[in-house]
Design a protein around this ligand. Structure first.
Ligand SMILES: [Zn+2]
Length: 282
C-alpha cells in the first residue's frame, strides 16, 4: 500500500511528464472508480500537482482538480515516449495497457496515456471543482502534514487519543497526515518509544522527538525514491530501495538491533505487524 513518501515520489514523477499537456480523452471502464463527469475533463490542461497525505491532487486549468487515491491496489502507469509505473506492484507494470484491472484512461494531446489500474477497486479518481475539493470529507478530516505541525500542535493532537497506544495514535490520519505502518515503526524506534505505550505516558519532549523522527524517516524515504516493501517502482522503472538502505526495525525481526545488538521483535499493536527493539524502546 503506497504511503506518503511513495505518493510524493509518484507526484514528482507524474509532474515531470504531464504538466502543460491537455487531456483529449477520458475513458471510464469501471464506473465505481471515477466520480464526476468524465466528459468535462476533456480539453483541460494540467497545470499543477499537489499531495495531501496519501492523496494525489492534479490541478487543471479552470480551477478544476483530479483527486486520486491508490488505496490498497491502485497503480498509475504513464506511457508516452517514456514510461512511468508506480503504486501497487504486479505484472501490469510490464504488460500491454489497458489491462484487465484498468479502470480509467486519460489520453493527452501528445498521444501519451495515463492508466489508473486498481485490482480491488478501493482506490478512486474524483473530478471536482476547487470549492468541492476544499469541502471534500476525505481532505477536511485529514490532519496537517508532518512538516506543517509544530511540536506543540502535535502534542495537543496526540492528547485527543490519550487512551490508545502511541502507534495507533500516529496511524490516525486525523492526528497527523500520511503516517503508515513502516513510518510508524521507524519513527518510534528513532524516538525510543515502545509502540504499545499509552499516549498518556508519552511526554512532551518524547512527542517532539517522535515528530522529528516522522519527518526524518519520510524525508529519507522520499530522497531514496520511496518504497513499499518490494512493491514500488520509480519513474525510470527501477525499484525504490528505501527499506534495504534505511529501515532499522521494519521487517528486521529476528535480526540484531543496530544500536544495542538485542534482537528486534515483532508483535501486533494497533492491529498491525509491529517491529521494535525491546532494549532501545521503552
Ligand atoms: Zn536496540
Amino acid at each position: 500500500m503506497p504511503e506518503l513518501p511513495e505518493v510524493e515520489t509518484i507526484k514528482r514523477g507524474l509532474e515531470h511528464f504531464l504538466i502543460g499537456k491537455h487531456i483529449t480523452k477520458v475513458t471510464v471502464k469501471t464506473a465505481k472508480s471515477f466520480t464526476g463527469k468524465s466528459e468535462e475533463v476533456v480539453g483541460h490542461k494540467v497545470i499543477e500537482f499537489k499531495r495531501r497525505g496519501k492523496a494525489l491532487l492534479i490541478g487543471l486549468d479552470g480551477n478544476l482538480w483530479l483527486m486520486i487515491h491508490l488505496r490498497m491496489t491502485g497503480q498509475l502507469i504513464y506511457i508516452g515516449e517514456e514510461k512511468f509505473a508506480a503504486g501497487h506492484p504486479d505484472k501490469s507494470f510490464v504488460e500491454k495497457m489497458p489491462g484487465r484491472h484498468t479502470r480509467v484512461i486519460f489520453e493527452f494531446d501528445d498521444a501519451s496515456h495515463l492508466y489508473f489500474n486498481d485490482q480491488r477497486k478501493f482506490g478512486f479518481v474524483k473530478f471536482v471543482s476547487k470549492a468541492e475539493l476544499e469541502k471534500d470529507p476525505f481532505l477536511t478530516k485529514l490532519a496537517p502534514e508532518p512538516w506543517e505541525l509544530t511540536p506543540e500542535e502535535f502534542f495537543a493532537r496526540l492528547q485527543r487519543r490519550k487512551g490508545t497506544t502511541i502507534k495507533a495514535a500516529i496511524l490516525d490520519q486525523s492526528v497527523i497526515a500520511g503516517v503508515g505502518n513502516i513510518y510508524a515503526d521507524e519513527s518510534l524506534f528513532f524516538a525510543q518509544i515502545f509502540p504499545g505505550r499509552k499516549v498518556a505516558d508519552v511526554s512532551r519532549a518524547e512527542s517532539g522527538k517522535l515528530l522529528k523522527g516522522i519527518r526524518e524517516v519520510m524525508e529519507a524515504s522520499i530522497a531514496s525514491g520511496g518504497s513499499t516493501m518490494k512493491d514500488y517502482v520509480r519513474a525510470d522503472g527501477t525499484k525504490g530501495n528505501y527499506l534495504e538502505k534505511f529501515a532499522k526495525v521494519f521487517q528486521h525481526d529476528g535480526q540484531k538491533c543496530l544500536t544495542c545488538s538485542n534482537i528486534i521483535l515483532k508483535t501486533k499493536i494497533a492491529g498491525r505487524g509491529t517491529h521494535y527493539c525491546p532494549e532501545c524502546q521503552k
